[in-house]
Design a protein around this ligand. Structure first.
Ligand SMILES: Cc1cc2nc3c(=O)[nH]c(=O)nc-3n(C[C@H](O)[C@H](O)[C@H](O)COP(=O)(O)OP(=O)(O)OC[C@H]3O[C@@H](n4cnc5c(N)ncnc54)[C@H](O)[C@@H]3O)c2cc1C
Length: 414
């Protein structure tokens, strides 16, 4: 279903991009996501699974390098990136996350594209058209979830809180030991990891570094794919590191810049999650609108009942508000010299909570049908629930965001 975009400056190119991405989401993503949702986590990633059809088609079209800047990426503006993200999430949020984490090692490398990184990480990924190069983002650990994401909060600097995945220098190489949580998206299928690990334990979680780790190196092993209620089309699993050696140049960021780079990264990822939430919320709203036109109760279609009108309007409102804050925060934080992460956190909370609220309301509106696998709504509902925890639980992000607002408000643009 097409919709009015309130941005009066959208170009014909922007609108054409939205339409072509929507077609891909409707014709490729939705049917594949439904199939994957009903498969076991092992079947999802087995050779011949429709998951690989989706990945190959996405890579052929270049969606895997959506977030990578020029000259390596798709060449889209930040606004266009938000348009694509919303449409892809409308198709399936789990598959969209699989694509966005796939670019993480190349994305992080592109921030300081040293020749070794361009040749070994960025170019092989960006030139890949068969999904044989897949990245992931390893930050959370079995004992560290929310606290790994709370930059500038006192918890982040508490020397008693010690990371479980550590790297130390030996000669000319970094040696990595420890593990990342079973929540690493694409963890069991990735070929490369953008690893956020501890370099100096005395600094607490702030004493980190960001490394690129090819996952075919000796000492790397992986766990079983995780089985979960939502986003079942998204593979997840833990990664273990046992004396894994990487060249010096693959440690992109040391302790001096770790907190700043993490904050910059989160400013992108949390507003991105807001955009994905907008996509799910819109999907649930549109399903509800169509259903309410068809379903007759009390002698008239549901849309003719005043409380249903009110509910549909509330859903529509949630979608529109989510798009505005998420887009604005994403665009601002992709260009500003100093990120304003609290705005991205606001976008994540707004977008993902709206997604969940709209889906809850949609399940009610569908009545018994909302609970069955015959309709899309129950999948959207499960996928949206996962979003409240994904990339930081909304509650702990609100704590981190509150801390930032207290520290920074009013901000001066930068
Ligand atoms: C679908 C999905 C995809 C993910 N993808 C990735 C990925 O690609 N890479 C990766 O590394 N990780 C990934 N994660 C992990 C995700 O970042 C963590 O799940 C998230 O940060 C929460 O951590 P946790 O699950 O350990 O919960 P915990 O941190 O243990 O939190 C448990 C509860 O305690 C609350 N809580 C935590 N801290 C505080 C506090 N200080 N004060 C008050 N309450 C608190 C939280 O709000 C939550 O309700 C993903 C998770 C999901 C669900």
């Amino acid at each position: 279903m097409d919709f009015l975009d309130l941005d009066l400056n959208l170009t014909e190119e922007d609108i054409a991009l939205r339409k072509s991405t929507h077609k891909f989401a409707r014709e490729v993503m939705r049917p594949i996501a439904k199939q994957l949702d009903e498969m076991s986590p092992r079947e999802v990633i087995a050779p011949g699974s429709p998951f690989w059809d989706f990945m190959r088609k996405s890579y052929e079209l270049g969606y895997h390098k959506l977030l990578i800047p020029e000259p390596y990426g798709m060449g889209l503006s930040s606004l266009q990136q938000t348009i694509v993200l919303e449409e892809l999430a409308w198709g399936s949020v789990g598959l969209t996350v699989a694509l966005t984490v796939a670019c993480f090692p190349a994305f992080m490398s592109s921030m300081n594209p040293l020749p070794e990184l361009v040749d070994n990480i960025i170019t092989p990924f960006c030139d890949c058209t068969d999904a044989s190069v897949i990245g992931c983002w390893g930050i959370t650990e079995p004992d560290h979830g929310s606290d790994t994401l709370m930059t500038h909060h006192p918890l982040f600097h508490d020397p008693n809180i010690k990371g479980q995945c550590r790297a130390g220098m030996e000669g000319d190489e970094w040696v990595i030991n420890g593990q990342k949580a079973s929540w690493v998206s694409a963890g069991t299928i990735a070929t490369h990891c953008s690893l956020f690990c501890t370099l100096d334990n005395s600094m607490g979680l702030a004493g980190g570094g960001i490394a690129i780790v090819p996952l075919d190196l000796p000492g790397v092993s992986k766990g079983e794919p995780l089985n979960k209620i939502g986003q079942r089309d998204l593979n997840q699993g833990e990664i273990f590191f046992d004396n894994v050696r990487i060249p010096k140049a693959y440690m992109l960021v040391g302790t001096d810049l770790y907190e700043a780079m993490l904050e910059l990264t989160l400013s992108t990822t949390t507003s991105l999650m807001g955009m994905l939430g907008t996509g799910i919320a819109r999907a649930a709203f549109e399903e509800s609108l169509e259903y309410a036109k068809e379903r007759v109760q009390g002698g008239k279609p549901l849309i003719d009942h005043p409380n249903v009108k009110m509910k549909l309007f509330r859903m529509f409102q949630q979608v529109e508000v989510s798009r505005q804050i998420s887009r604005a925060a994403f665009i601002y934080n992709r260009s500003a010299e100093t990120p304003a992460e609290e705005y991205s956190i606001a976008a994540k909370l707004q977008g993902t909570q709206s997604a969940f609220d709209v889906c809850c309301e949609a399940v009610m509106l569908f009545g018994g049908n909302g609970l069955t696998k015959e309709y899309l709504i129950e999948k959207l509902f499960r996928d949206a629930k996962a979003m409240l925890i994904e990339d930081g639980s909304n509650e702990s992000l609100a704590i981190a965001g509150g801390h930032k607002v207290i520290q920074n408000y009013p901000r001066v643009a930068g």
